[in-house]
Every structure is written in structure tokens, then in C-alpha cells.
Design a protein around this ligand. Sequence first.
Ligand SMILES: NC(=O)c1ccc[n+]([C@@H]2O[C@H](COP(=O)([O-])OP(=O)(O)OC[C@H]3O[C@@H](n4cnc5c(N)ncnc54)[C@H](O)[C@@H]3O)[C@@H](O)[C@H]2O)c1
Length: 586
Amino acid sequence: MTELEGARERRVRTGGIELCVAELGDPGRPTVVLVHGYPDSKEVWSEVAARLAERFHVVLYDVRGHGRSTAPRPLRGGFTLEKLTDDFQAVIDAVSPDRPVHVVGHDWGSVQSWEFVTVRRTEGRIASFTSMSGPSLDHFGHWIDGRLKRPTPRRVGQLLGQGAKSWYVYLLHTPVLPELAWRGPLGKRWPDILRRLEKVPGGDYPTSSLPRDAAHGAWLYRDNVRARLRRPRTDAYAHAPVQLITPLGDTFLSERLYDELEQWVPRLTRRTLPARHWIPRTRPDQLAAWITEFVRSVEDGGPETVKPTGKYADRFGGQLVLVTGAGSGIGRATAFAFAEAGARVVAVDRDDEAAARTAELSRLIGAPEAWAETVDVSAEQAMEKLADKVAAEYGVVDVLVNNAGIGLGGSFLDTTPQDWKEVLDVNLWGVIHGCRLFGKQMAERGQGGHIVNIASAVAYQPSRALPAYSTSKAAVLMLSECLRAELAGRGIGVSAICPGFVNTNITSTARFAGVDAEEEKRRQKRTARLYGLRNYPPEKVADAILKAVVRNQAVVPVTPEARGARLMSRFAPRALRAIARLEPPL
Ligand SMILES: NC(=O)c1ccc[n+]([C@@H]2O[C@H](COP(=O)([O-])OP(=O)(O)OC[C@H]3O[C@@H](n4cnc5c(N)ncnc54)[C@H](O)[C@@H]3O)[C@@H](O)[C@H]2O)c1
């Protein structure tokens, strides 16, 4: 029985062993070969393979000695990179004799695929390579060498950092010990360890062959690591374009390992994601999307590297980002910043023309796709419909930015219940609806994500001028903190952004309680002038938002006055209260 639903199986004989090969999808389409790592079998790819099979001919095989492939005899010397390359060649000759294939490798699958893509005998047979969590041993050898020869403090730090992460490699070089551990408690508890430490979902993952596979796989290390690191090849240049996907929370590999990769790979696309080591199991949607995009760009003969220009393109390229209040100011600048990073953008605003314009410009700036949706964020049912539509037509949102908000000035005693309702409906309920509906989809998908809520510096700075607005923002700040605690275990980050005075349209649309229409206009003009003089651009807030997602920051004051007030609220709250009393009402 196979764990890969609908897969066609065949056996490929090579060098005295038999490899178990599975195929999915139409063989007439471009072939994508998925190579698994240690201590896995081809089933580690089952989620990714199912997604890719809709568009490609997907091929997976159990590496020699693993799963249902046979093991070489004797084991020692049976797992060299040369022999693994023989196996790969035999597989691709069987499944795609006439067309080059796209290789994807994870962990040891990636280590061996680096060999495939840098040795001459496979030239012309590999169209592209997507690497995850497994460096080339040659590049790694040179990386170590370079640091030993020119040991600046930073480079020594990098060396020690990776050295500490490699503890298991030393263990695997010891005789017998790994075999005993895998046949004993480690083998039994492995699925549980993956679930708890790596957040790998449980389920139908086959474990019966694990102790044997893991004992065989120890020879991958013993047969190759020491020898290659000591004498790395000097001509290990990649002859196909490479996409490098780096999970930033990898327990086993430092991201610094890839700092100088361009010197070996002329055609390199970099991607990063906030996840741990076992991304084929924990982030299949994102991997399938990136592999699809990369394979397609190579097949179409377009530029062989996918290179959006934005600062954070490696992280947000191809991700789905939804921004509310995207028709103006901070929301529009944020939509543009994500578009520049190559994200797919959903621009939501109650102003349909403004939302449409943001979507149109986002496409021009670099978003591969952008859509406009007209919704009032305070309307519960409209938000529910939006969430259903987005999930059905565009997918599960990777980053949600709850930005839509309105201003309301005037003293507390002048603020009517209706005024309160209006501002809380948009500024607080709008955020609650967004978090509840899109946060639920993210949590149910179980592949992480990020929620950004736009609060304000007035969330922690009291004032006589903005009691209702400040209350709504303080609530957004606390909501974000609570939600962050709740969703942390699911790999979903939550950030609250707290800007000071930003030059946007909010001043000309803000309402003022307790004054007539003419006075309201006058105050709007005056605040607009003041904000204009301050002239802090919304683009800088957008940049802080992207950075907050990349760094998973909890609370981010933006603008110097917001940072100053944050410090005072913690260390000199009495002074902040005194300022609030002295400050004239707007
Ligand atoms: N501008 C500032 O100084 C400043 C400071 C701190 C926080 N903020 C916050 O930043 C966010 C964005 O404000 P901005 O300055 O860019 O304002 P803006 O007025 O320029 O943009 C707000 C956008 O939100 C939309 N919007 C308003 N209510 C909506 C609703 N109910 N449903 C859907 N869309 C709605 C508007 O149509 C507009 O396009 C707000 O939450 C605001 O409170 C602004």
C-alpha cells in the first residue's frame, strides 16, 4: 500500500539495488523529482506532491536503504555521493528519458541534489533545482575553510554557531551508537518528537521502517561528510538555475551558510520563511507555490531567476497579503510595499474606486496578481462574505493587515454615544472581524501566517483631544497582545503598529465631536496643515510593517514621537499624564 494517493509505482534497478519510484500527474507535463532527506522516506513529500501533481509530472523515490528501496551490501561505502548520483540518473532516465527534469531536495535530499546539479555528467539533464535545508558539502567545506583562514570575530562566531547546530553530525559518525538509539527509544518517540519540537502534524506518516532507514542513513554521513569537507571540489558550480528556500528557524542549519552562495550559483533565487526544519510537512502550500512559480519561469524560458525588486522579496514573493483601508494613506503604501516584494495583494476599502486604483497600481509595481474588494470592515456579514470569497478564489491569506480606521477628535463630554459607536465599529470591530475570520482560516490551514493590526501611539499616550479614538486604539493594542499569545503555538505572528503623526488623508476625513459642520471643517484643515508640516510619509510606516512581519515584532512604535511616548509610558508615566492635562483640546 502506498501513502501517496493515486501514485503509480515502479521499480528501477541500478548498481545491484532496486529503487521504489512513485509517479503522480500527467507524464506529458514537465517532470519534477522530489528527493527526501534523513531519516525520511519519499512520503515526507506527500502533501507537496499532491499539490504539484495538478500541474506537473511528479516523481518521488525512496533513497537507497530507505522506505521500500533495497539497501546496498555492504553498507559501508554504499552511500557515496557518486552512487547516489547513479541512482538519480537511473530514475530520471526511466521517468523522463527525453526531457530535463526539475529537482527538489530537502535535507539530505538537497545535499545529494547539490551533487547532481554540480557534476558534469548530469549537465543538460537538470532544468532547475530547488534546495531546502541541505547545503552542498563542497560549498560548506569552502565556507569552513574561508572562516579558518580569515578568522574575523564575526566569521568565527558563524563557525561556532553552525558547529553547535551540527552536534548530531558528530554523533552519526560514531559507530553503532546511532543504530542503537534508532532501534531503541529514539525510533519509537520520533513522530512525537517531530510533533512537539517541529510542530509537524501527526497522521498517516509511515514509521515502521524508520529504525532501519535511520540506521542505513547514518552511512550517508559516514561515507561523505568528513571526506568532502576536508577536500571540497573546487569546480562545484551549479549548471542549472537554483532556488534556495531557507527556513529561518532551522535547528540544524544556520542561514549564514548560504551567504556566499552566488559565487557557486550564477542563477540564484532566494526565498526565506519563518519555519523550522521539516517544511515539506509543515509548509506544503508555500513550497508548492514557490516550486510552481520557479519551474514555470524556467519552462517559459523567461528570466531564469524570479526577482521582484523589493527589499523583502525573498520572504513575501508569491504570498497572499490582504490590506484593509488600502485605498489611501498607510494602507495604500503598505499594499504597494508588499506588491514591490512580489506578493499577491487583496486591496480592501469601503471606497471602491480607491481600492481599484490601489490594486491596479500594485500590479504595475510588481504584484503578480492584485484584486480590489469593496467592503465596510465594521459590517460583520460583509466581512464574513469577504473572508469566504477570498478563501475560495484567492486562497488562505498569509499576511493580514487590519489597517482601516477613522479619526475622531473632541472632549469626552462632547462625544455622543453615536460618535463612540462609529469609531469603535470601524477601529475596533473592524479589527476584531478581520482577526476572527482570517485568523481562523490561517489557524485551520495550520501553515503559519501573520496578522498586523494598526493601532497608534495614542494607544499608550493619554490625551484630552482624542478620548474615543485613543480608547479604540488601546483596545486594538491589547487585542493584538492577547492574540499573539494565543496564536504563537500555531506559527502565526501578531504585531501591533503604533504610528505617531503621519501625513495622510485621515486629518481631512476625521470627525470632531461637539462642533458644527463649519467648525469641523476648520479643525480638519488645521490638523491637516499640522500633519503636513510634520510630513512623516506613510511609506515609512509601510516599511516598518513589512519589517515587523519579517522579525515577528510584537509592538512597533513608528515615528520618533511615538517611540518617545512609548518610553515615557513605561519609565515616566506621570510626565506623560501631565502632558495630557496641559495639552489643548484639538
Ligand atoms: N495618519 C496618522 O497619523 C495615523 C497615526 C496613527 C495611526 N493611524 C491609523 O492608521 C490607519 C490608516 O490611516 P491613514 O492615516 O492611512 O488614513 P486614511 O484616511 O488616509 O486611509 C484610511 C482608509 O481606510 C478606509 N476606510 C475607512 N473606514 C473604513 C471602513 N469602515 N471599511 C473599509 N475601509 C475604510 C478609507 O476609505 C481610507 O481609504 C488607521 O487605522 C489610523 O487610525 C494613522
